[in-house]
Design a protein around this ligand. Structure first.
Ligand code: PBG
Length: 327
């Protein structure tokens, strides 16, 4: 055959493949999520997410401190309050579970970058991300509660706030309240294109935030839509988002790619709970090699255009030295 162009030439050795690889999966661009509960000495495993626990603040400090030693510099915190009500009041309580955890974490490890998830679902007795009246999730009355939640996280010392509720106009509401409260320099990472997804199943078990009635399809996006993701991303950018996110990630690589093409903002991919659980259960069953699955999935998210990734695999990746080079 004609041998002018033989793509295999540069695939012949590991060194050549590493040299010519188009994508580098960079560990320093991974974020480790944590679920924080009230109490002391609590460490409760989450059956659907092997390796991930709900921890009280003291154990969070222990885990995040150890992870920091491995190189994990950024964390995302979710709070699971002891009590829930119909206005999510513990979400914006200065002594709420996340606020206390952020203060403790930043005091012990000021160098850790702490991102807080800003949402009400974990704090609402009905499990929805907004105020409910007559079975409807109300948009505008929810905005003030979200903004107050973000402000309370800022006051506790969060480095970044990340609204994940999908109410219209929430980035603007959060931005104005942060600015008015003296936090004009605090960045917002917006869950801009967040889909209503079956991949959040294990998270809802972990956070106890499954909706008591109905589902989240009146506020989270329809997975059939891609142009709409562009609309959401551009809208959040216009409202003042400093970074935008696509969530979930694995079944949404096309959305990540489109997002990369339409915005100059840093782009985050959320490798969500169900994606993690699938890899964990498949590898535990012997259907796949965990390191290779994780490496391929995380690399694909970077290749699609993500600048950084939230992943429950982060600790394993650092601990076990994954993503370093071809093995
Ligand atoms: C809160 C929130 C959810 C996730 C992140 N923030 C759950 C949801 O929207 O139901 C999902 C994270 C995951 O599945 O890992 N609204």
């Amino acid at each position: 055959m004609d041998s002018l162009i033989r793509p295999r030439r540069i695939r012949m050795t590991p060194a050549l493949r590493d040299l010519t690889a188009e994508t580098r999966a960079d560990r320093s661009r991974l974020i480790m999520p944590h679920f924080v509960v009230e109490g002391d000495g609590v460490r409760a495993g989450i059956p659907s997410m092997p390796g991930i626990c709900r921890v009280s603040a003291d154990n969070l400090l222990r885990d995040a401190g150890r992870d920091l030693g491995l190189g994990v510099r950024t964390v995302l915190l979710f709070g699971i309050p002891a009590e829930k009500d119909d206005s999510g009041s513990f979400a914006f309580d200065e002594n709420g579970v996340v606020q206390k955890a952020v203060r403790a974490l930043k005091k012990e490890y000021p160098e850790i970058c702490v991102i807080t998830d800003v949402c009400l679902c974990e704090y609402m007795n009905h499990g929805h991300c907004g105020i409910v009246r007559d079975g409807k999730i109300l948009n505008d009355p929810t905005l003030d509660l979200l903004a107050r939640t973000a402000l309370s996280h800022a006051a506790a010392g969060a480095d970044v706030v990340a609204p994940s509720d999908m109410m219209d106009g929430r980035v603007k509401a959060v931005r104005s309240m942060l600015d008015a409260g003296g936090y004009a320099d605090l960045p917002i990472l917006s869950y801009a294109a967040k889909y209503a997804s079956a991949f959040y199943g294990p998270f809802r078990e972990a956070a106890g935030s499954a909706p008591a009635f109905g589902d989240r399809r009146s506020y989270q996006m329809d997975f059939r839509n891609a142009r709409e993701a562009e609309k959401e991303i551009l809208l959040d950018a216009a409202e003042g988002a400093d970074m935008v996110m696509v969530k979930p990630a694995l079944a949404y690589l096309d959305i990540l790619r489109r997002a990369r093409e339409i915005t100059r903002l840093p782009l985050c991919a959320y490798n969500v709970s169900g994606e993690y659980s699938m890899v964990k259960s498949a590898s535990a069953a012997g259907y796949g090699d965990e390191e290779r699955l994780v490496t391929e999935i995380i690399t694909a998210m970077f290749r699609a255009g993500a600048d950084f990734i939230i992943s429950y695999h982060t600790r394993d990746i650092f601990e076990k030295g994954w993503l370093e080079h071809e093995r």
